[in-house]
Design a protein around this ligand. Sequence first.
Ligand SMILES: [Zn+2]
Length: 226
Amino acid sequence: MPPPKMSKTTPWSVAADWALLLTLLLTVSIMVLCSRICTTTPMASGESPVAMMPDGSYTLDGGEFDPVVGSVQWKGVARECGWPFPILRQAIPITASWTLDDPPETVASRTVPADHPLAAAIDRELSERTLPDWYTTSIRTHGDQVGDSVLLWTNAIFSLGLIWLVLYAIARIPMVFLRAGLMMRRRIVTGVETRRDRSGRCLQCGYNLNGLEMAERCPECGALLW
Ligand SMILES: [Zn+2]
């Protein structure tokens, strides 16, 4: 019995196609679940005295202007979600702790309201820094609101490719072993049958059929002999 030739329609290629499809579905599910795993990335921060400019607005360019009317400590972060690469990104509004003398105001770590005079001062400070455009644009557009989630296509494709590759490789391992096992078994069975046939024994059970050339069935196991 010659081994069956590999073609496009063997059960193995069908199983491989299914493995490909199922691991893709699993990959997408994993990516959706992992989009809830988020990290925050610091974008910009600062700590400086707050000075009042001649027009009454605040500035963080301490020293250049007088009088100093308080101090502020601020930071801006972005949230990135997804695994193994971040696939969603959004800008989080600037938070700050500040103390102002006139009117007296002490605030501990909170979002700077868009209409607060400090917001304009921090915005000017942001524009002097080298920051990614998407971040400054989002902060300017959304003020004290959380920015829109942006899908990072390249990272999404890399994440999908990586997870899919690993899952598919894992799915193929048992298939490869199963196939190797079956081929080995077939080779052993074929070898046993050849030996039994040469020595005039039943292919099924190995019963000695010498002298029973005219028998239709094996007297031992009942297998059809011809
Ligand atoms: Zn037999």
